[in-house]
Design a binder for this molecule. Structure first.
Ligand code: SF4
Length: 537
């Protein structure tokens, strides 16, 4: 369904309304023959409907017949909603785990790297800007026993922190008189930290007071919609409640406020897995846009999954450079780095326009990364060499001598020293910059061969920046004419991020491919995770 959503959008952006109509009819026909929908499919259908609404005037102008299909889809979704909300299911552990189809190693890694545990499918808060596109109204819960089992498995795998949140409100969860209060009581017996975020659904005020009295580790998300109710609870409770934010509306215009035209920061602040009644997913943060209206990519975990990214959440996730191959566990439970970027990372490179608004403080943008190879940064690095050497010595040799270090640690220590010294030398610094640029451009080149619809979406989202770059670097042509790409990238008088973006856009437009291919061939590169740098292969 995600592919269909992307094709529908791409056709609309291209103003190819006939193609858009045909894709929409296919979507409706596909939905028609389904006897039930997964939570994720329903979320994607909601996104498709939001897209339809945004483009409705032009769609109806060019394809008036499409309205009939839209009404039909609306009815299908509304019937499913009525039926599921009237008949709330409790999902038992065995059926859920059997449906996942994972072997024991995959299950261990899923529980080990879990960051979000969504107890319920559907949410009774109906927030307009819900980036999770939570289904309106509660439809199913994990059974009480299933919740306890999953929590226990996480603890057994050494998972040290879990957030009881997802596309649902944890206070909605219930079964036979049990509530989130019972789940919190169980969490307190396990050797990990738990946290929950709630908007306090209407009717759950007393439950909130109870769990606050029990010292639950919770935060309340405040908007204009629940502010008065929560402030009253706070007064009754007599102690301050922890608020995650206190705004009239959620900060990022996601969910039903998604405009399908702009690129906004990511809402997701972590790498790891998510457990939901609908299955389990690997979560990779993305910018929030028409491409990923969730602000993250959900990769469904199946029996084919053979890599689980290391869990990094909150502050720990900020230093993860999204443009480097990810570190995770393979099916021997060994930590290793991927050698290539995931498609979703390549998409983030393409969409990262280098503005501060897109990257929260502490997170590094690609523009900032490329700036470490500039002359000013190199000279600063050179100046602090002795303090870097002292820091590394303290880190590696504080209570052991060099000759007693393990072989692996010795290599790491030496590589860290060499990395710093290499990046202090002008020649090495420039060669590292070319290796990094070559790695990114090659990744985009390969990606562009097989992702036509997504490329069209990104071209639309970046249209103003593309026009500007083509204006600067093509007119006057002499600015870059006849000069090899490597020379432009290291020319101190040329903005290297600007020229890099120009060549990214050439790849999206399939122009200048031969210049770029020549560059990639001349500077083949890979990521060295020990030295944490891109190097020539
Ligand atoms: S409470 Fe959270 S999950 Fe529920 S609708 Fe609001 S933002 Fe979405």
């Amino acid at each position: 369904m995600e592919q269909k959503k992307n094709k529908f959008l791409a056709a609309l952006y291209e103003k190819n309304f006939q193609a858009a109509e045909q894709i929409y009819i296919d979507i409706v026909k596909h939905a028609e023959i389904k006897s039930e929908f997964s939570e994720n499919t329903l979320k994607l259908l909601s996104q498709i409907q939001a897209i339809f609404k945004r483009f409705k005037p032009v769609l109806l102008k060019h394809c008036p017949g499409i309205n009939e299909y839209n009404n039909h889809l609306k009815n299908l979704i509304s019937n499913t909603t009525k039926q599921s909300c009237a008949d709330i299911l409790h999902i038992d552990f065995l059926s859920w785990e059997t449906k996942l189809g994972l072997d024991s190693c995959q299950k261990d890694l899923l529980y080990k790297t879990a960051m979000n545990f969504q107890l319920t499918s559907g949410c009774s808060n109906y927030c307009r800007r819900c980036n999770e596109w939570a289904l309106p109204g509660v439809r199913s819960h994990f059974s009480h026993k299933a919740v306890l089992k999953i929590l226990k498995h996480m603890a057994d795998q050494g998972n040290d922190e879990i957030s009881l949140y997802g596309a649902s409100d944890p206070l909605d969860w219930e079964q036979n008189g049990k509530s989130i209060e019972d789940i919190i009581a169980y969490c307190k017996t396990l050797p990990f930290e738990y946290s929950l975020l709630t908007k306090v659904p209407k009717g759950k005020e007393e439950l909130l007071k109870k769990i606050l009295k029990n010292d639950a580790n919770l935060s309340v998300s405040i908007t204009a919609k629940n502010k008065a109710r929560i402030k009253k609870i706070e007064r009754d409770f007599g102690n301050p409640i922890s608020f995650q934010h206190d705004l009239d509306e959620l900060l990022i215009p996601a969910g039903l406020d998604e405009d399908f035209a702009t690129i906004k920061p990511s809402i997701t602040d972590g790498y790891g897995t998510e457990i939901t009644p609908d299955g389990a997913f690997i979560i990779i943060p993305t910018f929030t846009s028409a491409l990923y209206p969730f602000g993250h990519k959900k990769i469904r975990i199946t029996s084919e999954t053979n890599f689980f990214p290391i869990k990094k959440t909150g502050r720990d996730a900020l230093p993860v450079d999204y443009f480097k191959p990810l570190k995770g566990y393979d099916l021997n439970k060994t930590q290793r780095f991927l050698t290539r970027l995931l498609d979703v990372q390549i998409e983030s490179i393409i969409l990262d326009n280098g503005t501060e608004e897109l990257t929260p403080p502490g997170m590094r943008s690609l523009k900032e990364y490329l700036s470490i190879f500039e002359e000013k940064a190199r000279l600063q690095r050179e100046k602090i060499t002795s303090s870097v050497m002292r820091r590394l010595k303290k880190q590696f040799l504080s209570n052991i001598s060099f000759k007693n270090l393990s072989q692996k640690t010795r290599i790491l220590y030496i590589k860290k020293i060499s990395r710093h010294l290499n990046l202090c030398k002008k020649e090495n610094c420039l060669s590292s910059k070319l290796s990094a640029a070559s790695f990114f451009l090659e990744s985009i080149f390969i990606y562009a061969q097989k992702n036509e619809a997504k490329i069209k979406i990104m071209r639309f989202l970046l249209k103003d920046e593309i026009a500007l770059a083509f204006n600067i670097y093509r007119k006057p042509v002499k600015l870059i004419a006849d000069r090899p790409l490597e020379e432009l990238l290291i020319d101190p008088d040329i903005d290297s991020f600007g020229i890099f973006r120009f060549y990214v856009f050439c790849l999206l437009n399939k122009s200048n491919d031969s210049t770029i291919l020549e560059f990639i061939k001349t500077y083949p590169s890979f990521y060295d995770p020990v030295a944490d740098i891109f190097v020539q292969s």
